[in-house]
Design a protein around this ligand. Structure first.
Ligand code: GCU
Length: 517
């Protein structure tokens, strides 16, 4: 029965969204789309940079002979971090003005050139369409759900289509506009799609039976034998009358809604693929007209961050949303993407940065768990700018470089978010938030970033900024008194257990109080 219902829905939706056939594209008018494997693309970038040999990344398996380092005594080969408050020409930054006008732009420039790549000047426009607006119930909370698609203008290179998939969910039982947390995740789907009422369902069934009989007249007799049979049943969710879930079983989304927040799910892979072979497609490929990247071009992390900013463009036009109170969230590779988004897009007011590791909150210079060499290998390099490969290089036209040669480090990425709200979140290795992520290296970076928060009149973790001296606190210690916050929960590779702390912390600093209409 369920299957039939599904088939039917499928048939209807396909019919409803079937578009007139697209005009044929004469591909000979455009540069040929490059079809590289990740390996070929990686080699192409090495060649462009004059790299002969990269050091291999360490193994994540602790029993392998080439396993990653977990010995704290050799984890800091170059303990002196670039000073976040000293300009390139050696001047101390002591005023907010000097930070905004000189030091911050210097740091942005280095990150763009060497680490994450630049967003090209000519990225085409995105046009947002609300495909469906639905009224649903999530854990008894009435919500408005909007399924959105952001179509990127591809008239400059029609061989590549980019359509950003995003879904907005806001509570309908509070006085809006509401703050919203944008979450990097998979392809969005309706949480609890509203189902037709009994009378509507009856009509649908009658029409469906007619349609089936037209297709196969022998069915008429069968339907007459079972007059009370309805081929289509409602797949109604629990709706408003379901018993409420126990508090400790709430999902992050349910917690947000209960606190009067909305959320957005945005699908990174609809912006840019999570692999090197995809670099000649997606938004990066579209701007490059299907050609491989140059060393300063953006990688997937920066592309995902760009897509999130375009999502925010839409939210600014939606009256249900308080666009001054929009956050960005992600875990693991999407934790890196969330931090990059927060750092580069000042319209995001808050970030929840989950287990982001190397390329995220953890210091590049640290040699503990995942290494720079992991990010320069062919499985992960696509996250970064091509130039980043230089720092894993053993032999090349420019010699040998390591993470210690980077002119910036992750404490400065966090500092780019200042004085806005940044919550750096981790779990514990015992529960699966692997040592590979280097929680301690992230703590050191957060400590070092604090001096910029203080310079700008905000609060940091409330301890000193001496990252070599400060000890990482035990798990479950709340360091939530400032705009810069840290908490290691007692779960695994997720940020879900930290929402209980994150939501009140963010609401307080954003001065948001849930109110009923
Ligand atoms: C790998 C990778 C990490 C990344 C993680 C993930 O472990 O080395 O950098 O954060 O995958 O995204 O799940």
């Amino acid at each position: 029965m369920k299957k039939l219902a599904l088939l039917f829905t499928l048939a209807i939706t396909t019919a409803a969204i079937a578009q007139p056939p697209k005009p044929r594209i004469d591909s000979s008018k455009y540069p040929r789309l490059t079809n590289f494997t990740a390996q070929q693309d990686h080699e192409n970038m090495m060649k462009q940079l004059g790299i002969k040999k990269l050091r291999p990344g360490p193994s994540g398996n602790e029993n392998a002979p080439n396993h990653a380092n977990y010995d704290e005594s050799v984890a800091n080969p170059c303990p002196q971090l670039p000073d976040v408050l000293t300009t390139k020409d050696g001047k101390k930054v002591t005023t907010a003005d000097a930070w905004w006008k000189q030091r911050r732009p210097e740091i942005v420039e280095e990150f763009e050139k060497e680490v994450y790549g630049r967003v090209p000047k000519n990225v085409p426009k995105v046009t947002w369409t609300v495909k469906v607006t639905d009224r649903e119930f999530i854990n008894r909370i009435p919500v408005i759900v909007k399924m959105l698609v952001g179509r990127v203008d591809n008239s400059s290179y029609p061989l590549i289509d980019v359509n950003i998939n995003m879904m907005l969910v806001v509570p309908a039982n509070v006085k809006g506009p509401v703050p919203v947390l944008m979450m990097f995740g998979g392809r969005p789907s309706f949480p609890a799609p509203a189902q037709p009422q009994a009378a509507d369902l009856e009509k649908i069934n009658a029409a469906f039976k007619d349609l089936m009989i037209k297709n196969d007249p022998s069915l008429k007799e069968i339907f007459e034998r079972y007059p009370a049979y309805s081929p289509i049943t409602s797949a109604a969710g629990p709706g408003f009358f379901a018993p409420p879930k126990p508090e400790d079983q709430l999902t992050p989304q349910e917690r947000l809604l209960a606190a009067g927040w909305g959320y957005v799910t945005i699908d990174p892979s609809s912006i840019q693929a999570d692999n090197g072979a995809g670099l000649t497609r997606g938004i990066i490929g579209l701007v490059n007209k299907g050609q491989p990247r140059k060393p300063e071009d953006w990688g997937s992390l920066r592309a995902w961050a760009w897509g999130a900013a375009r999502g925010l463009d839409y939210l600014e036009t939606d009256t249900l949303v308080d666009a001054k109170k929009v956050g960005i969230e992600g875990v693991s590779r999407y934790g890196k993407a969330a931090l990059v988004t927060l750092a580069f897009e000042p319209r995001f007011a808050v970030g929840l940065i989950g287990s982001s590791g190397k390329g995220g909150a953890t210091l590049h210079r640290r040699v503990f768990g995942e290494a720079v060499e992991s990010l320069t290998g062919s499985g992960e390099y696509h996250w970064m700018a091509g130039n980043y490969l230089k720092y894993g290089t053993e032999e090349s036209s420019f010699g040998r470089k390591t993470g210690c040669d980077l002119s910036v480090d992750s404490h400065e990425l966090i500092a780019l978010a200042a004085p806005r709200l940044a919550f750096i979140s981790y779990g514990i290795p015992e529960k699966g938030d692997a040592k590979w992520l280097d929680q301690k290296g992230s703590y050191m970076a957060t400590i070092a970033a604090g001096s910029v928060y203080k310079l700008l009149g905000a609060k940091d973790l409330g301890v000193s900024n001496d990252y070599m001296k400060e000890e990482m606190p035990p798990m479950l210690t709340d360091m939530l008194n400032g705009e810069l916050a840290w908490r290691q929960h007692d779960g695994g590779h997720t940020d879900a257990p930290n929402y209980k702390s994150f939501i009140p912390w963010a609401s307080q600093f954003l001065k948001y109080e849930r109110r009923t209409p």
